[in-house]
Design a protein around this ligand. Sequence first.
Ligand SMILES: Cc1cc2nc3c(=O)[nH]c(=O)nc-3n(C[C@H](O)[C@H](O)[C@H](O)COP(=O)(O)O)c2cc1C
Length: 371
Amino acid sequence: MPALFQPLKIGQIELENRIVIAPMCQYSAKDGNASDWHMIHLGHLALSGAALLIVEATAVLEEGRITPTDLGLYSDANEAALARVLAVVRANSPIRIGMQLGHAGRKASSRAPWDGGQQIPADDADGWLAVAPSALPHSPGEEPPVALDAAGLARVRDGFASAARRAARLGIEALEIHAAHGYLLHQFLSPLSNQRTDEYGGSLENRMRFPLEVFDAVRAAFPAERPVWARLSATDWVEGGWDLDSSVAFAQALKTRGSAAIHVSTGGVSPLQKIPLGAGYQVPYAARIKAEVGLPTIAVGLITEPEQAETIVATGAADAVALARAVLYDPRWPWHAAATLGAKVRAPKQYWRSQPREFKDLFEGASVGQR
Ligand SMILES: Cc1cc2nc3c(=O)[nH]c(=O)nc-3n(C[C@H](O)[C@H](O)[C@H](O)COP(=O)(O)O)c2cc1C
């Protein structure tokens, strides 16, 4: 059996293969409430044959949304809206469902990408004042955020814990804490965005303190038998920024606190980043973190080909691969990967008749009878 289609245990949950659908913001919620779009979007991805579907970055506080239309889990209405969507998805697919919990920090109050993605000024009807570790804007010329004080830090920590409790009630099977892509927790980690002089800034230990406190709060609020892990950016791609050595230290600290896995991305904290984009360009970062920390490791970033994904898992560079754009482009990517690699994959019984003649054993348990 190809390595990509072997099961993987993350904490106490078993994934039936190594294909993960990466969290993808849809900017299609109203007041944080999941919409019919989420039902269609998550519903169709749930039929993909991937083992784990991670729901998009979900804001733990209203202020922590990237855009006014981000998904949230900070109110009873948010919880009810997601419950409706998840009930339909669950009734029609056995895919494991995880969720990414996030707070945008200084990247909050932005337009959706299709509206240009720019900062919305705080005095605009759609905008609000962002918070961050330090009063440093993401880009020069932008309105600076307000530096979080002790009460603000407590509010954010409590927001993460409260969202984790809501996620638990929703039956979410795994939580991923968003500490990547230049959002709030990454802003604490990176010396480019964190210039605090208190115990949350300065040394690596101090910069890791708040993200680790958030991890502890989420871990404590979520049922012990369900895994929690973090997604990090393993480098800022900027001289003097957050780097791979720091990422290894952070992953190690997370492991000590009970993180069940680590999801390795890069970048996002600075417009000065210079990213050498190419196939699997972040995989070496995942490989080093996996080798040194030993947690189940998810690699992501321009993983588009079945053979490429197979090599990443078979060589032990990572334990699982996450796909974002490739699976939006081809939501049956896992089916096609199974066909290419000679594996079996789960497909809904309603679609069993689509199994191509040349792949007679593609769909698990498929049988088609007629009078
Ligand atoms: C539409 C879209 C939305 C995304 N939203 C998120 C998100 O909510 N959280 C996150 O950590 N990354 C997000 N990303 C980044 C992806 O999870 C992934 O890391 C990145 O796209 C690289 O993987 P890919 O080459 O397979 O697309 C998003 C990417 C896309 C294309």
